[in-house]
Design a protein around this ligand. Structure first.
Ligand code: SF4
Ligand code: SF4
Length: 459
């Protein structure tokens, strides 16, 4: 059943020009298996692992190669079968990170699992087995910060609602859209497993109303799964179709739009009785729990100023440079290469000439975007209030910006900089082209660090 939701969160923007997603949304996902993969020991900020293999070792696809060393880390697995060439530091988005380089030795062979084409019977799988599989399989959020999934699901808070995030509100990105179109059964089976793992009785697959084909496809599959009579104990799964508005896919914004609840300041979705997971995460959960395949691959959108924009299913550790080559190369010499979408993704290179390595695909890399560079200079703030109106977190970005530049972190805290979700709306609307979101994000991190230090002193 499809539920149309008209409720929206405050603030937000409409950054699309209506053509950005069109570049890649009608292109079916192509598979690409590179000769070598470079698997980073850090797949999300602060998520460090220690490699447990050595150069010369033969590894099989899915074999565990990295053990977590930090709270934000999840185990790493070989994304191809082959030989470990080197363990060394590589430059990734300007930072040196230890990585395991594997030379692929075997042709990739895809297993034709039934759960990818029909409703699976999950009645014999317990909640504990689901949580263990998520932990062992190294599942992390595939749409946001890359938080280990099992940590979300092992909460002691009472969860009554699971939101599966297919909003994909960032312009240009279409990897989640293609997944909802092409991998509907695996996605729905994964949602049912996560629903059971969460302990909730209701899940919504959420998307914006600019994806009608995906909504039709999932509605058809949900009907078929219902009729198959396998959905007995795990609860209900419905579609929630939401107005198109950025950042509809932000956790807090999605929770507010679908459930009407607000996550308390400084709190987590679980404090509102909700867990939010990306559609890619749910789809990977099906592979993991029903197929025994850890998180070793993902779909990546390669788009913008490239000859052949498209979506590619690739092993973790694929080089962004290789993917841009596969997409026909960049079409403008004055360019900016962005890892992810244009609103939140970091710019990793300017005027990239196609030669230097850029970065390697991690579990949460959703896209590689090339934009034509337009030079601009920041101008003084004209107090127009645009950034305040656009901020979905209800902040005053221009004030935080001033306070941050004055290094007045006490004032940043008083202005609730810790609540910034780094969505980029303020920068997008600013007529003075101020780099607000970069600085509000830095202010947020500084304030959070202060808060942590205070908590440690108190303890
Ligand atoms: S201050 Fe933060 S939350 Fe508000 S619009 Fe800017 S980036 Fe988004
Ligand atoms: S949008 Fe830009 S110019 Fe307007 S108040 Fe905010 S910072 Fe100042």
């Amino acid at each position: 059943m499809q539920k149309k939701k008209s409720s929206v969160f405050p603030g937000g923007v409409h950054p699309t020009d209506g053509t950005d997603k069109i570049l890649s949304m009608d292109k079916a996902v192509q598979q690409y298996w590179p000769d070598t993969v470079t698997i980073l020991s850090e797949q999300s900020f602060g998520g460090k692992c220690r490699f447990v293999v050595s150069p010369g070792d033969t590894v099989a696809e899915g074999q565990m190669i990295g053990e977590p060393e930090a709270f934000m880390a999840a185990p790493l697995h070989a994304s191809v079968s082959g030989k470990v060439l080197e363990i060394k530091e590589v430059l990734n988005q300007g930072r040196k990170i230890p990585a395991c380089i594997i030379e692929r030795e075997k042709e990739h062979q895809e297993t034709d699992w039934g759960f990818r084409k029909e409703a699976a019977d999950i009645s014999g799988i317990s909640r504990e087995e689901i949580l263990k599989a998520l932990r062992d399989g190294g599942l992390t959020g595939m749409g946001g910060a890359g938080f280990p999934t099992h940590k979300k699901y092992e909460t002691d808070k009472a969860i009554d609602t699971l939101l599966i995030n297919g909003a994909e509100c960032e312009p240009y990105l279409t990897c989640d859209y293609r997944l909802m179109l092409e991998e509907g059964y695996a996605l729905v089976n994964g949602v049912r497993l996560l629903l059971k793992g969460s302990g909730a009785k209701k899940a919504y697959i959420c998307m914006e109303d600019n994806k009608p084909k995906a909504a039709e496809n999932l509605e058809r599959i949900l009907d078929a799964v219902q009729k198959a009579g396998v959905m007995t104990e795990e609860g209900q799964v419905e579609l929630a179709v939401l107005p198109t508005k950025y950042p509809q896919g932000g956790e807090r914004q999605l929770i507010q739009a679908v459930t009407g609840r607000e996550v308390p300041m400084g709190g987590l979705p679980a404090d509102a009785g909700v867990i939010v997971s990306n559609v890619g995460t749910a789809r990977a959960a099906a592979d993991m729990i029903l197929g025994g395949l850890p998180l070793i691959r993902r779909i990546v959108t390669v788009t913008g100023c490239v000859k052949e924009p498209g979506n590619y299913l690739v092993p973790i550790g694929t080089s962004a440079k290789e993917l841009l080559k596969l997409a026909g190369g960049v079409t403008v010499s004055q360019n900016r290469v962005i890892a992810g979408g244009p609103m939140t993704g970091p710019c990793v290179a300017s005027d990239w000439n196609g030669e230097e390595e850029l970065f390697y695909i991690t579990k949460n890399t959703s896209g590689i975007l090339v934009l034509a560079d337009s030079a601009w200079e920041e101008q003084p703030c004209i107090r127009c209030g645009g950034c305040e109106n656009a901020c979905p977190a209800g902040l005053t970005p221009w004030q935080i910006d001033f306070a941050f530049q004055e290094e007045d972190y006490d004032l940043c805290e008083k202005l609730y900089a810790s609540e910034c979700i780094a969505c980029g709306c303020c920068s997008y609307v600013c007529p003075a082209k101020r780099e607000l979101s970069v600085r509000t994000r830095m202010a947020r991190d500084a304030v959070k660090q202060k808060m942590r230090e205070r908590a440690v002193k108190k303890a």
